[in-house]
Design a protein around this ligand. Structure first.
Ligand code: DGT
Ligand code: CA
Ligand code: ZN
Length: 581
């Protein structure tokens, strides 16, 4: 019996073959090839026995729909935990294209068409293109089919449990703007996990201050994008929107807005901690007021600051309110002096048309200058990432000449760095040799492929990259994609220990589909003295504006400006990049 190193359920094997079938079809393979994978997938799901058992008996080809080629792949998966065929396939066809097939009415032909013609690889990009009317120019497409796609994507979002902050946040801003425009409303604010800037939110909690709630509630539940009213009261209403998001609105009188906002912001655990503190000082704290326990007199708090002040505390930034020691720190006067957007002065992970970016280096540089950046690193993909038009060594050197020329034209408006986002390959080696890395001003190393490897193997890949003296930054360390795709199964203790030893910076990738490192790991990185870096991974100048999601994540990690290399003076940053290791 072969030695089994990895456990795969029938379902996982079936999913793998289904994925292969999907990707091959998107790629444009002939139908009978893709059918074989689909058939094997279905057969594995309805099989009454464990595939690994049958494998142990050496009888894989007895399974209906499993021929020699598929049996070989099952064998490879079960004995090595990997499938070279799939690894190679995903360097040719982006794995995220499979998500597009979940959209009602979208088949592999259309998905392949969008990908080849417009470079669309994710649901997010598809939605943006559909909303911008960019699909209708393609064969067989029109305004109607764009609408259908948008509706299909929205229906998908309804099914998934939590919503990425990047989707919820702009939508909440829209709700707030509408509420602020209503007569009688003196304030409107987001609360709950959204105000705490968690990477994903369960539902939206919105607060409005108004002396009279009735007309405000009515306007809210009657919004045209509300598909269901789940509750309609005078202090609280909840609704579901067409995009699948649910929201509750609380309306409170202005003189009680502070306690209401404090309560609804949470988190629950933070509130429990605060109520304990209040009780110890002779108060009960509720969403309506602070009340003296002895004579039941109320202390009304129109603002949140007044709630915290009444309890003898400085105001605590919402991002910290997770009961991770913030109430104690506030009491002791040791709250961190959190990083803010204004401190962020350098973008160190950005792409251009040299690889898969949508804008030229000049356009990227101009966008960075407009936003007040002092430094921009162009970090295009390295050679093995074929799907992203990764740069050969020759093209990399050609790009250097262009960057130098551009720098000459731009003068001291901004400092351009030539970098690369190099692949950490499936075997753990880096995608350029050391002597090429040595020519670059900055090196970001990232995992994009074979994220599903077993913990030991995928961790070792990251450790190799961290220990390479030319690697400055580990980009989006776990590779997770929000809301549902988990990142690599990393041994984070080992990763953090290695980064602490080498001083390699770990990235908080600010793109809302990543926010990776997540807050808890970034917090531990700070405790270990590991430099953090926050970058948008911009593929167009607009993407620079996503940086605030990364800053918020850093704030949730208790980051102060000095912890984040993007805030450093240019000289300090440049000398750090040249540090001896
Ligand atoms: P979510 O929506 O799952 O992302 O998480 P949150 O934090 O937005 O929680 P949610 O929507 O259940 O409740 C919103 C806020 O209301 C929460 O942050 C604090 C407050 N809250 C809700 N239930 C309780 C409770 O049982 N006790 C206390 N003290 N506060 C609560
Ligand atoms: Ca919520
Ligand atoms: Zn990137």
């Amino acid at each position: 019996m072969p030695k089994m190193t990895t456990r795969y359920t029938n379902q996982q094997l079936a999913d793998t073959f289904r994925l292969i079938g999907d990707l091959l079809e998107i790629k444009g393979e002939i139908v009978y090839k893709t059918l074989a994978y689909r058939k094997a997938s279905e057969s594995l799901i309805s099989l009454g026995r464990d595939v690994s058992e049958i494998w142990g008996e050496g009888k894989l080809t007895d399974i209906p729909g499993v021929g020699a080629a598929i049996a070989e792949k099952i064998d490879e998966l079960l004995s090595t935990g990997e499938l070279r065929f799939l690894n190679k396939l995903t360097t040719e066809v982006p794995i995220t294209l499979a998500d597009l097939l979940q959209v009602q009415g979208l088949g592999p032909k259309k998905v392949g068409l969008f990908w080849r013609e417009l470079g669309i690889t994710t649901l997010e990009e598809l939605e943006t293109a559909a909303r911008a009317g960019e699909l209708r120019g393609l064969p067989g497409m029109g305004a109607k089919s764009e609408e259908k796609i948008i509706a299909g994507i929205e229906a998908l979002a309804r099914r998934s449990g939590r919503t990425p902050l990047g989707t919820a946040w702009p939508f909440a801003q829209d709700l707030l703007e509408m509420l602020r425009g209503l007569p009688g409303v003196t304030a409107a604010k987001a609360a709950g996990s959204l105000r705490r800037m968690k990477a994903t939110v369960g539902d939206l909690d919105i607060l409005a201050a108004a002396p009279d709630s009735e007309s405000v509630m009515k306007a809210f539940v009657e919004r045209p994008d509300v598909v269901e009213v789940l509750g309609h009261g005078s202090t609280k209403s909840s609704v579901e929107f067409a995009n699948g998001l649910r929201a509750q609105l609380w309306v409170h009188p202005p003189e009680r807005f502070g306690t209401a906002l404090q309560y609804a912001t949470g988190s629950k655990d933070h509130n429990v901690r605060l109520r304990e503190l209040a009780l110890a000082q002779g108060y009960s704290l509720s969403e309506h007021a602070l009340k003296r326990v002895d004579d039941e007199s109320e202390v009304l708090c129109p603002t949140e600051e007044e709630v915290y002040t009444a309890l003898g505390l400085p105001w605590i930034p919402p991002e910290l309110r997770e009961d991770r020691g913030e109430v104690q720190a506030a009491g002791a006067g040791t709250l961190p002096d959190l990083i803010e957007l204004k401190h962020h002065k350098a973008e160190l992970h950005a792409h251009s048309t040299w690889s898969d970016g949508k804008a030229t280096m000049r356009e990227m540089a101009e966008g960075a200058i407009e936003r007040g950046y002092r430094v921009l690193a162009i970090t295009d993909h390295s050679q093995s990432l074929g799907i992203a038009n990764g740069l050969s060594v020759e093209r990399l050197r050609e790009q250097r000449r262009e960057i130098d020329a551009l720098q000459g034209e731009l003068g001291d408006a901004i400092t351009l760095l030539q970098g690369a986002e190099i692949e950490i390959k499936a075997d753990g080696t880096l995608d350029y040799p050391d002597e090429v890395l040595a020519e670059l001003d900055i090196v970001v190393a990232s995992l994009h492929t074979s994220l599903g490897q077993p913990r030991e193997k995928v961790t070792q890949r990251l450790l190799n990259a961290i220990r390479n003296p030319y690697v400055d930054i580990i980009g989006h360390p776990t590779g997770r994609l929000l809301p549902d795709r988990e990142g690599a199964d990393l041994d984070m203790d080992a990763v953090l220990a290695a980064a602490a030893e080498t001083g390699t910076a770990l990235e908080i990738n600010a793109h809302p589909s990543r926010l990776d490192l997540e807050d808890i790991y970034a917090h531990r990185a700070i405790e270990l003295g590991i430099p953090l870096t926050i970058n948008t991974d911009a593929h167009a100048p607009d993407h620079f504006d996503l940086i605030h999601f990364g800053i918020a994540t850093a704030r949730r990690a208790w980051a102060e400006p000095a912890h984040v290399i993007n805030t450093w003076d240019v000289d300090k940053l440049l000398s750090w990049l040249k540090r001896d290791r």
